[in-house]
Design a protein around this ligand. Structure first.
Ligand SMILES: NC(=O)c1ccc[n+]([C@@H]2O[C@H](COP(=O)([O-])OP(=O)(O)OC[C@H]3O[C@@H](n4cnc5c(N)ncnc54)[C@H](OP(=O)(O)O)[C@@H]3O)[C@@H](O)[C@H]2O)c1
Length: 282
């Protein structure tokens, strides 16, 4: 695929390729293979996390691909609850990610979940410091509600460029989206295929048939139709890689976008933290 069709979304200094490869539950040799193949076929964005236990395999996949480090955008995440009451451990945690991924820098480092036991007044300044020291080019957060974001912004002296949250046709996030757009923070859509639920939805299937594409591509095209959003579909199956990437080219009509908008439900969330539930905005 030509990189010329690979659109970017900007926030702060960050230029983020609109579609990345998610790697949660990609493990072992399959993870190495899929990361390598993805980069070779033109993916320019890879998402991992310390909690996925696969940073080393992602790093091996990057190496195996032969693709230069400057050709793609690499994100990892650190769980604040690993830090418990010692946020200075963030520096050591970030260094271990760099070592696992076998890279000199991250493009984006996220706090994986908010956690009331680890004050943002301590983690956010340290996250900013990691950017200033060059370990990461950008910083962001994940699973933050508006109250968390407002608090985080009080302590940040570099832009928070991303909030990575669950987002697909069956979840609302309307209030959060408006807030993020107004604050120049990109919504990075995780579980953008609703972990497979989009494949069986009649509205999405019918629109997919009209365009002669897959329901996965329709869900991704709908997410990317808004310039404040990027998406990171996961696949460990190399056969799904190209189709997901080609979703970038699918254009939906205003009526089709509206039909998918109307699928949002207040009980559509699929992911919860096992022992900490933020108060979601909608
Ligand atoms: N920040 C957070 O707290 C958080 C939470 C959840 C996820 N994430 C990130 O977001 C990424 C994506 O979310 P997710 O993994 O929850 O779910 P997802 O991307 O919505 O769905 C992944 C599922 O869809 C299947 N799939 C993917 N492409 C397909 C295709 N073209 N045709 C048929 N099946 C397809 C995958 O199976 P195959 O592998 O067999 O293709 C997998 O079962 C994660 O991998 C992770 O990087 C972040």
């Amino acid at each position: 695929m030509s990189t010329k069709t690979y659109n970017m979304r900007s926030a702060g200094q960050a230029q983020i390729p609109v579609l990345g490869l998610g790697t949660w539950q990609s493990t072992g040799a399959d993870c190495v293979e899929v990361v390598s193949k993805a980069l070779q076929m033109g993916y320019e964005h890879i998402d991992t996390a310390q909690a996925y236990g696969n940073e080393k395999e992602v790093g091996q996949g990057i190496k195996q691909s032969g693709v230069g480090r400057d050709k793609f955008f690499l994100t990892t995440k650190i769980f604040p609850d690993d830090l418990k009451f010692q946020p200075e451990k963030l520096l050591a945690a970030a260094k271990s990610s760099l070592e696992n991924l076998d890279t000199d820098y991250l493009d984006l480092l996220l706090l994986h979940w908010p956690d009331d036991r680890v004050p943002l007044s301590e983690t956010i300044p340290m996250l900013c410091e990691l950017q200033k020291q060059g370990l990461t080019r950008n910083i962001g957060v994940s699973n933050f509600n508006i109250a968390h974001l407002l608090e985080a912004q009080k302590y940040a002296d570099v832009p928070i460029v991303v909030n990575q949250v669950e987002f697909h046709p069956f979840i609302k996030q309307h209030t959060l989206q408006t807030f993020l757009a107004n604050h120049h923070i990109l919504l990075e859509a995780y579980s953008p295929l609703a972990r497979g639920d989009v494949f069986d939805n009649e509205v999405i299937k019918s629109i997919a048939d009209t365009h002669n594409v897959t329901p996965a591509q329709i869900s991704l095209a709908w997410i990317l139709s808004d310039k404040h959003r990027v998406a990171i579909p996961k696949t460990a199956n190399p056969e799904h890689l190209q189709g997901n990437l080609d979703a970038i080219k699918v254009q939906l009509s205003a009526d089709e976008l509206q039909q998918i908008d109307s699928l949002a439900r207040s009980d559509g969330r699929k992911i919860e933290h096992p022992d900490y539930t933020p108060e979601w905005d909608d």
